[in-house]
Design a protein around this ligand. Structure first.
Ligand code: HEM
Length: 422
């Protein structure tokens, strides 16, 4: 009996390997049906798709580049927050991994297809009786009272196809399957939905979608702007690299941390009371000229070394100027994957950032606070004339660990390796 089971298992593995190697050609539906026959009572598990990076957050090599080699983010994003339904079990890890692999088989890894990461919050690890490898969220300034999210996990989906993200979410919650998914996607009984946040970034989109609260009715967001604030963003030299934000050692080596905060924008005054020059001073630095913003290529100069001069001489400090002081080896600490939103009919920003540890986020946020600026010049307040802080406020904060791909389904759960045949 034992020998028979062993033989069956080995041959199933060889079969899976052949599938993974592309030696056996099958559609997604075919794969899952055949595996079903082999599954010996366990939930089906498609083979891992070949060619995907071990780091979940390694999107950059798959993104398009603009003419200056800046990574162009996928145009649409969806954050799905969840808890594990009931107790975490190896079987649930297997079903979650099966759903994620099914998604990888259904779509190419990239903005034309789909990109995603799965992250896990402090409460998930506490539920396993473990010391969380990331800190709980907390208010980071004296002027905020955000809701501190306690979601156990998050799935960040991104694609250039907005409808696809909505369809995937419906399939994950078992509402409506996708052609070829063969029921593998439904996570009913595995995860419990808590909240969904959606958004977009890129030329044209903020202009098209500006008829919402927080923006004036004059439709001031220019067609070329990727963000509601009207300026270009995401220059490659103002971002940490994926290597920089990767956890170098320990049980989650190869992973990263993800901070997600929800901001509401109030840009009426931004557009109606400020000139372009004044907006540039607040977004970048008062020493930055509007013509120079229009000529930026792969780097926005921070003018951080002239922070004091900005405060004393101009009575205003810039956002980039302030955050640009939090660097390591001359490079920013955060890889920003943020995007605009109109959730709830309000203009906002889902600020998603990756960093080696949440400490790097806290340090960057502290630099952004620029608490010393009001002492350099009383014309500067904690919010007024102090970067862009007058024009948004934070509603929620959350922290997640993003493990490497092989640990993405219920990480650190005893028995998961066996269930996932790792
Ligand atoms: C409404 C909210 C925000 C908007 C519209 C915004 C926009 C921008 C823009 C336009 C830049 C210039 C360069 C570039 O994007 O490539 C920038 C840089 C940056 N921002 Fe923000 N930002 C916002 C909030 C934040 C928050 C909450 C943080 C986190 C603390 C942050 C951290 C950074 C960092 C680290 C840089 C690059 C700094 C460097 O080059 O050293 N931003 N932001």
């Amino acid at each position: 009996m034992l020998r028979l089971r062993l033989r069956l298992r080995v041959s199933r593995r060889a079969f899976l390997r052949a599938l993974g190697a592309g030696l056996v050609g099958l559609g997604a539906a075919g794969i899952s049906r055949l595996l079903s026959a082999q599954a010996q009572g366990r939930p089906e598990l498609p083979p891992a798709k070949r060619g995907l990076p071990e780091r979940q957050h390694a999107w950059d090599a798959f993104l398009r580049r603009d003419r200056w080699s800046n990574a162009v983010p996928p145009r649409f994003h969806r954050l799905i927050f969840f808890d594990v339904e009931g107790d975490p079990t190896p079987e649930k890890a297997r079903r979650l991994e099966a759903a994620l692999r099914a998604l990888e088989h259904l779509y190419g890894w990239g903005p034309e297809g789909l990109l995603f990461v799965v992250g896990w919050g402090p409460r998930y690890f506490e539920r396993l009786g473990l010391e969380p490898p990331i800190e709980r969220p907390r208010p980071l300034t004296a002027f905020e009272t955000p809701a501190l999210d306690d979601f156990e996990g998050v799935l960040h989906l991104a694609s250039d196809d907005e409808g696809r993200l909505a369809r995937i979410e419906r399939a994950l919650w078992g509402e409506e399957g996708l052609p070829g998914d063969d029921g593998l996607l439904s996570l009913e009984g595995v995860l419990r939905w808590r909240e969904t946040r959606t958004g977009f970034i890129g030329e044209g989109l903020p202009h098209e979608r500006q008829a919402v609260g927080g923006l004036p009715e004059t439709r001031p967001v220019p067609p070329e702007a990727p963000m509601f604030t009207g300026f270009p963003s995401g220059f490659r030299k103002n971002q940490a690299s994926e290597d920089d934000v990767t956890i170098p050692d320990g049980p989650f080596a190869g992973g990263t941390t993800m901070q997600i905060s929800r901001k509401r924008l109030r840009l009426e005054g931004w557009y109606e009371l400020l000139t372009e020059e004044e907006r540039v001073a607040r977004m970048f630095a008062p020493q930055m000229r509007p013509e120079a913003v229009r000529a930026l290529t792969d780097e926005a100069p921070t003018f951080s070394e002239r922070f004091e001069e900005a405060a004393t001489k101009y009575g205003v400090v810039g956002h980039l100027q302030a955050v640009g002081r939090a660097r390591r080896g001359g490079k920013p600490l955060l890889l920003r994957r943020d995007f605009n939103t109109t959730d709830g009919g309000q203009a906002g920003l889902h600020f998603v950032s990756l960093q080696r540890s949440i400490r790097d986020f806290v340090e960057t946020r502290r630099a952004m606070t620029a608490a010393e600026a009001p002492f350099l010049n009383p014309a500067i307040g904690p919010r007024v004339n102090n970067g862009i802080k007058e024009f948004f406020f934070v509603l929620n904060r959350a922290n997640f660990l993003v493990p490497p791909r092989r640990q993405r389904a219920l990480p650190a759960l005893p028995g998961r390796e066996d269930a996932l045949e790792l």
